[in-house]
Ligand binder design. Structure first.
Ligand code: UDX
Ligand code: ADP
Length: 459
């Protein structure tokens, strides 16, 4: 019989909340507490309307909350009463001082380390869940080792690989769980404790252990590889548009090589989300710090292509619509950075909206989950932007529609009805290649996909 354990997670965000919900659900004999400095957020986790949208999350929370999953603002009590402490506070890109715009901002993370040191009265296993620069565990050990008291701390790295929109499935059936530790007896014992936790639902062969620096680095490199695939296919999409090749056909042919694989080869307006850009810039900064300029330049190219793709999308709109967008009403279908989430962090839609506003277009934003976040992202642009949940209402009277997010519901829309209510000539710019382009063209739209020849009614 497994020993009952008390688990704490500091940081009730997109990572901490879903991860702890799954642990609580899979390990009913463990008591899991999630704490956060943000009382409003904790209030939301304790309410009927959770602070984040994630398929399957509501059911999990309903099944566990108040039984073995608790949300609280009592950080000190949480640290005192729990022996495994996951740290999943935010580590955004630094916006000031040295490394601004590149390095990870570790202020929240360090504040948490100091709180752990201040309140711990018994041995703790401290688990890094947040994505961190390599060697952060060393800094953590140094802070925790300076308390002047006898409490023992073991630091582990256990990066989270789940993706938003499929977080619950990714957590329940992960490709792998990675646990990095020191090779000391204490480090190995702590690692085993975490292996035992995951072994409640993850097949043992998928729980991978490594040294702690490999684990920290693997997280950054995993995201860099994934983003690199998207920038690769997006770079090819530009070439397809120049040569009348079709990027979906190219991606299919390339992806059928089992060494490459078919996933993550969808050309798009650009990648977004809180991780890819941040983690690559963090990797680039690390490389530069170690004097590896060529390696840094190589990875920085992934972000450069993404910026290029975003700029190219707006340029296509401008050129297609007779080189002026001034006063034209353009509907963005979708604002979330991907489907099945309300998250808009680094969403391509933010950049496109800002580019369109700079061209003095009038922007209408529609999204089934992300309108509140969209309004916050564009709060400085009032007057020129409106937010309309219903896609039919949002597109009415527009000159153009631009698909920003691959929500299933957009595939199902009645485009004949939409065409009727739009100004002519009516344009569709499909930033996700999710619509039936031929059908939209036949209805009367001028259609501009990504990486495919446009279908237009102009001679
Ligand atoms: C990513 C990683 O996938 C995950 O493993 C890590 O833990 C966190 O970062 P996430 O950012 O939530 O997850 O979403 P992801 O599905 O990776 O999508 C990132 C961006 O890439 C989205 O904007 C998405 O639309 C875009 N994308 C993805 C493409 O443009 N084309 C693709 O083929 C795949
Ligand atoms: P992620 O996507 O990495 O989960 P989020 O921003 O969604 O990032 O969540 C991080 C959470 O960590 C936020 O809710 C924030 O309030 C919380 N947080 C930051 N610093 C601390 C701290 N010192 N103690 C507790 N919670 C913190």
């Amino acid at each position: 019989m497994t020993q009952k354990r008390n688990i704490l997670c500091i940081g009730a965000g997109y990572v901490g909340g879903p991860t702890m919900a799954v642990i609580a659900h899979k390990c009913p004999q463990y008591r899991v507490t999630v704490v956060d400095v943000n009382a409003r957020r904790i209030g939301q986790w304790n309410s009927e309307r959770l602070p984040i949208y994630e398929p399957g999350l509501d059911d999990l929370i309903r099944a566990t909350r108040g039984k073995n999953l608790f949300f609280s603002t009592d950080i000190a009590g949480g640290i005192r009463d729990n022996d495994i402490i996951f740290v999943s506070v935010n580590t955004p890109t630094k916006s000031y001082g040295e490394g601004a715009g590149m390095a990870a901002d570790l202020q929240f993370w360090e504040a948490t380390a100091r709180q752990i040191l201040q309140y711990a009265e018994s041995p703790k296993i401290v688990v890094e869940k947040s994505t961190l620069p390599v060697k952060t565990a060393l800094a953590l050990e140094r802070i925790l080792g300076n308390g002047g008291h006898e409490v023992r701390f073991d630091v582990l790295s256990n990066p989270e690989f789940m993706a938003e929109g499929s977080a619950i499935r990714d957590l329940e059936e992960p490709d792998r769980v990675l646990i990095g530790s020191r090779g000391t007896p204490g480090g190995l014992a702590a690692r085993q404790t975490l292996v035992d936790l995951y072994a409640h639902w993850v097949p043992r062969e998928k729980i991978v252990t490594s040294n702690i620096w490999s684990s920290e680095l693997s997280k950054l490199v995993s995201n860099a590889f994934l983003a690199q695939r998207i920038s690769s296919i997006n770079a090819v999409s530009a070439l397809c548009e120049a040569t009348e090749a079709d990027v979906s056909e190219v991606a299919r042919a390339v992806g059928m090589d089992s060494r490459v694989g078919p996933k993550f080869l969808n050309a798009s307006v650009g990648f977004g989300g809180s991780c890819f850009k941040k983690d690559i810039l963090n990797l680039v900064y690390l490389c530069r710090r170690y004097g590896l300029e060529e390696v840094a330049d190589y990875w920085e190219g992934v972000v450069r292509i993404n910026n290029y793709q975003l700029a190219r999308f707006t340029r296509t709109m401008l050129r297609a619509m007779f080189n002026t967008l001034t006063g034209k009403k353009i509907c963005l279908l979708g604002f979330a950075f991907k489907a099945n989430t309300g998250d808009t962090r680094e969403s391509p839609a933010i950049y496109i909206a800002r580019n369109l506003l700079a061209e003095r277009a009038v922007v209408v934003v529609s999204d089934p989950q992300a309108l509140a976040n969209a309004a916050a992202d564009l709060k400085d642009a009032d007057g020129q932007v409106s937010f309309v949940a219903d896609p039919y209402e949002a597109t009415a009277g527009c000159h153009a529609v631009a698909v920003m997010t691959e929500w299933d519901l957009y595939r199902e829309l009645d485009f004949e009805r939409i065409f009727e209510t739009m100004l002519k000539p009516a344009f569709i710019f499909d930033g996700r290649n999710v619509l039936d382009h031929r059908r939209c063209f036949e209805i009367g739209f001028n259609v501009y996909p990504i990486g495919k020849p446009p279908l237009t009614h102009f001679s």
